[in-house]
Write a protein that binds this ligand. Structure first.
Ligand SMILES: [Zn+2]
Length: 342
């Protein structure tokens, strides 16, 4: 079984985005507010996936995608807490419909109704609804709801604790995932995403979060940002700052995906980061959609890079399935059901 831990619904039917446009327009002109929730038929959902995520799963040979709303469209900085609540709920309900239509291909992860300056505790109810009522197995947590201006305290601050308490209670992890950038210094997927991944890792080194929450788990996407390449720097900083070695501190609770879009990057990741901390992911259809002219293959076909490596069957199984079962315990029931029906 090959679990792709990182996929977004970037191809959602047009009425979904039209609702969002109207919602944003209404912030300036209340008369533009959407009159009703978008009407989207099952066929529209099927059509949006058959030529994209489902086709790519088939051609690339992956089985199940851990699927969440389009990350760049979370845009927590837009509007008020209420804006974010309505939009998040709508996005999560749409993911639930995808998972209902294709229970063998997708398992849900939710967007949280975060908003700048609003306590993260206000996101706990939506997380609980998504896990207990919609069958979701995790959430995407935005460390910077301001969209590139970093106005929230670090992820290790008590500010975030009420949400972590809910995550621990539900036994679900969070992928640390920022959204679009409204700071022109930071290109969203090229700089803001990678900055956030790197920033979160350093915050975890500096803090004592995992002393307070020994079972809390985070996935840092995009291959861990700049961290694997600078592994010596982070080990050295942990030492200088009198923090425990990374193997005893952060790396019991933090995992990296494989959304690194070239083979040398995957090789470095595997060389530096322990196998038990790596989850297979592609982030398709996502940030980088094109074909690499040097190879003739999609940049985000990350499975190809693994296929080209000499790895033991045990290592493959761990990265493709075993670690996902450990980090997302609630995926177990889904995978068992799929295996039984196969
Ligand atoms: Zn993503």
């Amino acid at each position: 079984m090959i679990v792709d831990c990182h996929g977004h619904y970037t191809t959602a039917p047009a009425p979904h985005d039209a609702f969002r446009q109207a919602q944003i327009a209404a912030l300036k002109d209340p008369s533009a507010a959407p009159k009703e929730l978008p009407r989207i038929g099952d066929d529209q959902i099927r059509e949006s996936l058959e030529g994209a995520q489902l086709k790519l799963q088939k051609t690339r040979g992956t089985d199940v995608t851990i699927f969440s709303p389009r990350a760049s469209a979370m845009a927590h900085h837009v509007g008020s807490e209420e804006t974010s609540k309505v939009w998040s709920r709508l996005c999560n309900d749409l993911i639930a419909r995808v998972c209902g239509l294709y229970p063998e291909n997708f398992v849900g992860v939710c967007q949280l109704p975060q908003s700048p300056g609003v306590p993260p505790s206000h996101s706990a109810a939506e997380l609980e609804r998504c896990v207990t009522e919609l069958g979701f197995i995790g959430c995407n947590l935005n460390p910077d709801p301001s969209g590139g201006y970093w106005t929230s305290p670090p992820l290790t601050d008590r500010h975030w604790y009420p949400l972590y308490e809910k995550m621990v209670e539900l036994d679900v992890p969070a992928m640390v995932h920022v959204s679009s950038s409204c700071n022109p210094n930071f290109h969203a997927t090229g700089a803001h995403y990678i900055n956030a991944d790197t920033t979160a890792f350093m915050q975890f080194i500096e803090g004592d979060l995992f002393k307070d929450f020994p079972t809390l788990r985070f996935i840092i996407p995009h291959g861990g940002g700049a961290v694997p390449y600078h592994w010596g720097r982070y080990r050295g900083l942990a030492d200088m700052l009198k923090r425990p070695p990374l193997s005893e501190h952060v790396m019991k609770n933090v995992f990296f995906d494989t959304c690194v879009y070239h083979k040398p990057g995957i090789e470095l990741l595997l060389k530096v980061i322990p196998v038990e901390n790596i989850l297979f992911g592609s982030e398709m259809v996502g940030a980088v959609r094109g074909i690499d002219p040097e190879t003739g293959h999609y940049f985000d076909d990350t499975k190809r890079y693994f296929d080209a490596l000499e790895l033991s069957a045990a290592t493959r199984a761990q990265i493709f399935e075993g670690n996902a079962r450990r980090v997302y315990p609630r995926i177990g029931a889904h995978l068992d059901r799929i295996e039984e029906s196969a």
